[in-house]
Design a protein around this ligand. Structure first.
Ligand SMILES: C[S@@+](CC[C@H](N)C(=O)[O-])C[C@H]1O[C@@H](n2cnc3c(N)ncnc32)[C@H](O)[C@@H]1O
Length: 245
């Protein structure tokens, strides 16, 4: 085999940077015990080693919510506890966060939450069927505040089109951020996506925080620093409206 591949695989800009984060001793113990039960790797789903099969993973057929970037899982666990009739798939690249979420799953006895480690965009694009999700939730995505890093922001036109295509009719895309310019970008991008319509009746376009989305450390810090938190809720329309003749 030659040392340099003739055509190295194209790697798109990701919304995260790879870091090797060590697990604490407690997290490592939880991981060894609980990951085989509740977790799986996006890479295995992409390679086909593990079929993308939520009914098999949850042992039932139920509406499915996909959360991108569950972080330490404080909000994720609360969402799953608040809606036992709905299945929740948390996708995250940050291992210590996934380990903390595993501990929350065990502590709360949650049966409707599974964890996937890896890039949610790859999963959405390659494996999640069209029109299959009840909701996609992205709470406090990395803001990438420097202009030269804006290309790393998750919510861009291409992503909005991908996310909308994976939502079932009436399925929702729910976003929250404490960065004013990112909130404006999200609003603009989702409004421009023909498969999405804003659910809110608020003339400003924002939606109130639902009671099941707890105030996490991101929101507490934002409030302490005087930043406003914005929720955005868009719904997948059945089909793209055709303009009148
Ligand atoms: C700022 S944190 C917010 C965590 C959590 N949603 C909360 O509100 O506490 C954003 C998280 O998104 C994750 N992330 C970013 N891009 C991702 C992607 N494409 N797939 C999966 N996780 C991603 C990061 O690793 C990070 O943990």
């Amino acid at each position: 085999m030659s040392e340099v591949a003739a055509h190295p695989p194209h790697r798109r800009v990701t919304s995260f940077v790879h870091q090797r984060n060590r697990l604490t001793e407690g997290q490592a113990h939880a991981w060894a015990r609980l990951w085989p039960v509740y977790g799986a790797d996006v890479a295995d789903v992409l390679s086909g080693a593990l079929p993308y099969d939520p009914p098999a993973w949850f042992g039932r057929i139920a509406p499915l919510v996909l959360e991108i970037g569950s972080g330490t899982g404080e909000s994720t666990a609360a969402q799953a506890a608040a809606a036992p009739e709905v299945d929740h798939l948390a996708v995250e690249v940050f291992e210590p966060g996934l380990a903390q979420l595993l501990m929350r799953v065990e502590e709360a006895g949650l049966t409707n939450l599974r964890l996937l480690r890896g890039d949610a965009v790859d999963l959405l694009r390659e494996r999640v069927p069209s029109a299959s999700l009840a909701a996609i939730r992205i709470f406090f995505p990395d803001p990438w505040p420097k202009r030269r890093h804006h290309k790393r922001r998750l919510v861009q036109p291409e992503f909005a089109a991908l996310a909308a295509s994976r939502l079932a009719p009436d399925g929702t895309l729910h976003l929250a951020t404490d960065w004013a310019d990112y909130a404006a970008q999200m609003h603009e991008v989702c409004t421009a996506e023909p498969l999405l319509e804003n659910v809110t009746t608020d003339p400003d376009g924002w939606t109130p925080r639902p009671p099941w989305r707890p105030i996490t450390k991101f929101e507490r810090r934002a409030r302490a620093e005087g930043r406003e938190v914005r929720d955005l809720l868009f719904r997948r329309v059945a089909k793209v409206p055709t303009p009148p003749d």
